[in-house]
Design a binder for this molecule. Structure first.
Ligand SMILES: *Cc1c(COP(=O)(O)O)cnc(C)c1O
Length: 427
């Protein structure tokens, strides 16, 4: 598509946008009486206007029924989490038995590593990307230490090549082949949180399996953003949070994928609690853990219904829209942001100033996010953008991360951002 940097062009795209009605289903933050240009849906997605009713329904049922709400509530709490299996499976490309919603992301990452990082004397190494999200780095470090191993000798980090910003998939695959028999597990952020790079998850999974290792992905920046086919790619495990692209509220519940091969293996080591126990015997309160044969077997506790109600409000919107339409607009709107940043960059004539997009240019290797290094600028550029109503994310020393979200960002948002950026770089 050929883009133009003009208000009429942006408005024309908005008119043609088949998702345009959805913007009004979200609360767009207002600052100083003006709607903000919200580009941080990759950090905290916006609140659907329906969320309050979903939560209120549960509060009312709790008031009316007390404990009986587990079975008598409109959405019985005993089985509340089960309502997510079908719609979440569609979002991540899984079978409904392979997904469950529970806990928070880093908790789930640790639980999955308990099952899928099982170091032995000869097979103990783990591969991840360099500069992974810190929470993931800490989880890996301590899983390794818990196994009595030294992180320095155990964790292999794959970095971009000298002078480059993103990682070559073939470098990950080469490292997997190099580690060979010594490799126990690969655990990578499927979409890098900093650059927005999407990794070739199928090729990485295949390579890991070839050397006999497990392979999993942290999809905090993937779920609800990019096309995922976790089952078809034969991924072993994955987890994601619901408060970024999935709009389910701060600290919202996390989702987990466990390949059916592993769900069927009731001998697989794991941490356990009563909500993972077979339903037939769960309330007999007897000794002896008998896991369910679905991803639910990794649940330990009963469902946090209030935060799940917020998740349900958001997931119902995803289910109504479907990933196909989201992906179609995602390509167009992130492409438009890329175009606008490039267009503004052309105005910069001084040699020490430029706006460098570090997100892959190929749309197949990115989702919504566009990350920009503002060479020659400091945090005052970001502060000016914020003052003018652009909510984006700043990383020291000079990176701006932005994610236009298909459900609620408009093409006009992008155009207006370009105008603000233009006057900000002039000052
Ligand atoms: C956002 C994010 C987290 C946050 O973890 P929580 O447990 O939800 O606080 C972890 N890992 C990655 C890769 C993230 O992007």
């Amino acid at each position: 598509m050929t883009y133009e940097n003009s208000l009429t062009f942006a408005q024309k795209l908005d008119e043609q946008d088949e998702l345009k009605a959805y913007r009004n289903k979200f609360h767009i933050p207002v600052i100083d009486g003006k709607e903000t240009i919200y580009f941080t849906g990759n950090s905290l997605g916006l609140q659907p206007k329906s969320t309050i009713d979903y939560i209120n329904t549960e509060l009312k049922d709790w008031a009316q029924w007390g404990v009986e709400g587990h079975f008598l509530a409109k959405n019985p709490w005993f089985a509340y989490h089960e309502m997510f299996a079908e719609p979440i499976a569609k979002i991540v490309g899984a079978k409904s038995e392979e997904v469950v919603v529970m806990n928070n992301l880093t908790v789930n990452l640790n639980l999955l590593l308990v099952s899928f990082y099982r170091p032995t004397e000869n097979r103990y190494k783990i591969i991840c990307e360099a500069k992974a999200f810190p929470s993931d780095q800490y989880a890996l470090e301590m899983q390794v230490k818990n196994a009595g191993l030294n992180p320095e000798e155990t964790i292999i980090e794959i970095a971009p090549r000298e002078g480059e910003r993103t990682i070559h998939n073939e470098d990950i695959i080469a490292a997997i082949e190099d580690a060979g028999d010594s490799l126990a597990c690969v655990m990578i952020g499927g979409v890098n949180y900093f650059t927005g790079q999407v990794f070739d998850m199928k090729a990485i999974t295949d390579a890991a399996h070839k050397v006999g290792a497990n392979c999993g992905f942290d999809l905090a920046h993937g779920a609800g953003n990019i096309e995922l086919k976790l089952h078809e790619w034969n991924v072993d495990f994955a987890c994601w949070c619901s408060y970024k692209y999935l709009n389910s509220g701060p600290g919202g519940v996390s989702g987990v994928f466990i390949n059916e091969r592993h769900c069927n293996n009731t001998d697989l080591p794991r941490f356990a609690g009563w909500w993972g126990q077979e339903k037939e015997t769960r309330f007999l309160m007897e000794k002896g853990f008998k896991p369910m044969k679905t991803a639910e077997a990794w649940q330990m506790s009963n469902a946090p219904v209030l935060s799940m109600a917020a998740h349900k409000a958001a997931i119902d919107i995803f289910d109504e829209v479907g990933m196909d339409k989201l992906l179609k607009k995602q390509k167009m709107i992130s492409g438009y942001l890329e175009f606008i940043v490039d267009d503004v960059n052309e105005l910069l004539t001084s040699s020490d100033k430029s706006l460098e997009i570090i997100t892959p240019r190929d749309w197949k290797e990115r989702g919504c996010q566009v990350s920009v290094i503002a060479h020659g600028y400091g945090k005052d550029l970001f502060d000016t953008l914020t003052k003018e109503g652009v909510i984006s994310d700043w990383r020291e020393p000079n990176a701006i991360r932005m994610a236009p979200i298909p459900l609620y960002n408009s093409f006009e948002d992008i155009y207006r951002f370009g105008e603000i950026l233009k006057s900000a770089i002039d000052n």
